[in-house]
Design a protein around this ligand. Structure first.
Ligand code: SDX
Length: 403
């Protein structure tokens, strides 16, 4: 109900600015990464994702994102050594995880554990470069250890301690199995981390920046971003893709499955993107990596279904609406071949995206103004409080439709 002409005028004016899901609304000025959704271009600090995937390592890419330049050999060595040194997590955190229900989702366990780090490193010296450096190192170092620890604990085992002889991705695979991984498997996981490290103002990064803007600690920043990434419309889609491929079950079932989804307005997981109107460049790289892996480690029964799905979606809605595979479409097939359980796919996305969140955390601190957007109030005014025993008819809630 609009009470006055003034309210009505305010609403009409503001409605012009309002965009559902803030689509296309700039929320920050950033130098961290760049996407051209029409041409399928992604750059981190000006360097193309293809070049980084081919030539860089995840830790070097994380350095680039967070400190804004490629490191020298000494800087990289120092950064890697610090991260290696800080991989272990305090036994209090491992004990806390033992109290988590084993049936809980690893993303929830990760969100809780990331927030718990803030209990141990509570000093909020956001203007102290040493504090910033220590927080960056701790988060990059400990998040994979916490993901692997929860996985071992839920299986009834003790967590496997990090292996100092192994690089970042190889160590994560080691902590899941206690076996040194195949070098190709470790190399491919490292590239996957690079591909997932950053992606402009996506939902979890926005969440990270909003949290950062309150000047809270970086562990809270990462915890809130992990919670946001977990949803099936965002990072959680990689897990849903595999569930969907299992449900489809065969190449012949693809067409009827797509028809059913489109008829019932159900989203096809791993497809579509707010920014890309062409195939996500990361999906192309991931698909190539998957093919390399299948060549070495054997064929995957779901790959043919995935290829057919891409073809049928393109035929039905791809060209018309710009719905193509996104980063989450092929990653699950890769992780499955690496022997990683389905519900760890999104935590792996989170391990990588910590780099981007931290880069945005630092960038936000440098120019900080607390995020506090406005809203368009479409509710009522001047209602009376009705005593409980007189509430015979429920107050109808006004929908947003019609405005
Ligand atoms: C990530 O933002 C980022 O950068 C995210 C990310 C990153 O690196 O951080 O790239 C990672 O989150 C990838 C996206 C993972 N999510 C999924 O795969 C879930 C399935 N996809 C969608 O639900 C959807 O495409 C979104 C959430 C990704 C984007 O949503 P938008 O921009 O709000 O678009 P929309 O849902 O309003 O869809 C627009 C149209 C609709 O048709 P019309 O009503 O206009 O006729 O496209 C259709 C939609 O129905 N559509 C789909 C579809 N995605 C969009 N139809 C079928 N299946 C789909 N997947």
């Amino acid at each position: 109900m609009i009470d006055s002409l003034q309210d009505w005028l305010f609403m009409v004016t503001k409605m012009d600015d309002f965009k559902d899901g803030l689509a296309g609304v700039p929320a920050a000025k950033s130098r961290v990464s760049y996407v051209d959704g029409e041409k399928g271009i992604l750059e981190y600090r000006g360097i193309s994702i293809q070049e980084l995937a081919q030539k860089s390592s995840f830790i070097e890419t994380a350095y680039l994102l967070i400190w804004g330049k490629l490191p020298t050999a000494e800087e990289l060595e120092e950064f890697q050594t610090e991260i290696r040194y800080h991989r272990r997590v305090k036994y209090h955190i491992r004990d806390m995880m033992k109290c988590f229900p084993g049936s809980g989702h690893p993303m929830d366990a990760l969100q809780t554990s990331a927030a718990a780090l803030g209990l141990f490193y509570a000093r909020r010296a956001l203007d102290d470069p040493q504090y910033i450096r220590a927080a960056v190192v701790r988060l990059l170092a400990k998040i994979p250890t916490m993901v692997a620890a929860f996985h071992m604990i839920r299986k009834g085992n003790d967590p496997i301690q990090p292996n100092d002889d192994l690089d970042y991705a190889a160590n994560f695979l080691y902590m899941l199995t206690e076996r040194k991984p195949d070098p190709l498997a470790a190399q491919i996981l490292d590239i996957c981390y690079t591909l997932h490290a950053e992606h402009t103002m996506n939902a979890s990064t926005f969440s990270a920046r909003v949290t950062a803007s309150t000047l809270t600690d970086p562990y809270a920043v990462v915890a809130s971003a992990v919670g946001t990434l977990a949803g099936p419309l965002h990072g959680g889609a990689n897990e849903e893709v595999l569930i969907m491929l299992e449900e489809i079950g065969s190449v012949e079932n693809v067409r009827p499955y797509v028809e059913k989804c489109l008829a019932t307005k159900q989203k096809i997981m791993g497809f579509g993107h707010r920014v890309y109107k062409v195939k996500d460049p990361r999906a192309t790289i991931l698909q190539n990596l998957a093919e390399q892996l299948f060549e070495k480690m054997g064929h995957d029964e779901y790959y043919a279904i995935a290829i057919e799905l891409e073809k049928v979606v393109e035929e039905y809605v791809g060209r018309e609406k710009g719905i193509y595979p996104n980063v989450d479409f092929y990653s699950g097939l890769l992780y499955r071949k690496l022997g990683i359980p389905t519900d760890l796919f999104t935590p792996i996305f989170a391990i990588a995206r910590v780099a981007g969140w931290l880069a945005h955390w630092k960038e936000q601190l440098a120019v900080n103004k607390i995020y506090r957007p406005t809203q368009i109030y479409v509710g009522e005014h001047n209602l009376s409080y009705i005593p409980i025993d007189e509430r015979v008819v429920a107050i109808p809630s006004e929908g947003m439709d019609g405005f």
